[in-house]
Design a protein around this ligand. Structure first.
Ligand SMILES: NC(=O)c1ccc[n+]([C@@H]2O[C@H](COP(=O)([O-])OP(=O)(O)OC[C@H]3O[C@@H](n4cnc5c(N)ncnc54)[C@H](OP(=O)(O)O)[C@@H]3O)[C@@H](O)[C@H]2O)c1
Length: 283
């Protein structure tokens, strides 16, 4: 079996690529930055260099002979890029497309509508697919690392609302399992972490791990929007983030699913595990 990974230089795609290599595969990666991919994977992958926003022969070549594709696209225009990839994949005879989507397609919150349009493009292509409808990632907490390290504060507009962040390792295991076994074709897999926590509870847990008090301070939506714009990614992305945080505050994103356990046969990894692995970032 030959697998193609898009987004391989990113957070989740790199974890998936490493898992495929560890499982004895030689994955193909479709990347913009060859040097970055070489630094991550050495000579263990077949490299295809191109841009999903301007695909051409490089994408067709990467897809030719690929059995399964991991599709990762982000940003407000992701659905257009999903459509281009799945059409080219269908033409190339790809047998299975695993798309990283979001749990928020079910609520229409934040980036949900972008991914819903991407899922539609995949469905319309007729390609066998698996959608991974993921909760927010524990690694998002790194966005608060600087204020925690320098001021001992986590600020957000999420009030007392809770959300069950997923460990990136769980997500990568689920994606790799879906891709390599083909056991979940035609399914939308909802995956979350094991427990929904408020941001104040997360702040307290971070404090316990780094041995210093971490306070939670509430922001207004306007203040949160300003902070989101400063992350980069543009206005639409900032709008989407504030929408997600508002939905958390309103108690609309509290889903805890049994997806990870059902798919992998083991419990999802707890937030404390991720914290111990990443404590340095907050010190
Ligand atoms: N964060 C969350 O809580 C959350 C929750 C649910 C779903 N999601 C979804 O997860 C995805 C983000 O995953 P991630 O955290 O792994 O992302 P990431 O770390 O930002 O990585 C994005 C990857 O996509 C590549 N890429 C971006 N634009 C590209 C283009 N035009 N052509 C080719 N490659 C391109 C990047 O390559 P370069 O290295 O060249 O930039 C990078 O490898 C999004 O679809 C998001 O909606 C996120």
């Amino acid at each position: 079996m030959t697998f193609l990974v898009t987004g391989a230089t990113g957070n989740i795609g790199s974890l998936v690529t490493h898992r495929l290599i560890k499982d004895g595969h030689r994955p193909r990666v479709f990347v913009r930055d060859a040097a970055r991919a070489r630094a991550l994977f050495g000579d263990a992958v077949d490299m295809h260099v191109g841009d999903l926003a301007r695909p051409g022969p490089a994408l067709r070549k990467a897809l030719a002979g690929s059995d399964g594709v991991f599709l990762l696209n982000s940003g407000p225009r992701l659905a257009g890029r999903d459509r281009v990839v799945v059409q080219a994949a269908a033409d190339a005879g790809v047998k299975h497309m695993v798309k990283l989507s979001t749990l928020d397609v079910r609520t229409g919150v934040g980036t949900g509508p972008w991914h819903a349009r991407g899922e539609d493009a995949v469905r319309q292509s007729g390609l066998p697919y698996t959608f991974i409808q993921s909760a927010a990632f524990m690694s998002n907490v790194l966005g608060w690392a600087e204020s925690i390290a320098t001021e001992g504060v986590l600020r957000s507009s999420t009030g007392q609302g809770r959300i069950a962040f997923i460990h990136p390792d769980d997500l990568a295991d689920v994606i790799t399992h879906a891709l390599t076994t083909g056991e979940h074709i035609g399914e939308s897999l909802v995956v979350t972490g094991p427990e929904a926590l408020s941001y104040a509870e997360m702040a307290a847990r971070i404090g316990a791990v780094i041995g210093k008090e971490v306070r939670y301070e509430e922001l207004s939506d306007e203040e949160a929007h300003e902070a989101a714009l400063a992350y980069g990614g543009g206005r639409q992305y900032a709008d989407a983030l504030v929408d997600i945080w508002r939905a958390v505050r309103d108690g609309r994103l509290t889903t805890v699913s049994d997806g990870v356990e059902r798919i992998l046969g083991r419990k999802p990894l707890p937030f404390d595990r991720w914290l111990h692995q990443n404590a340095e970032a907050f010190q």
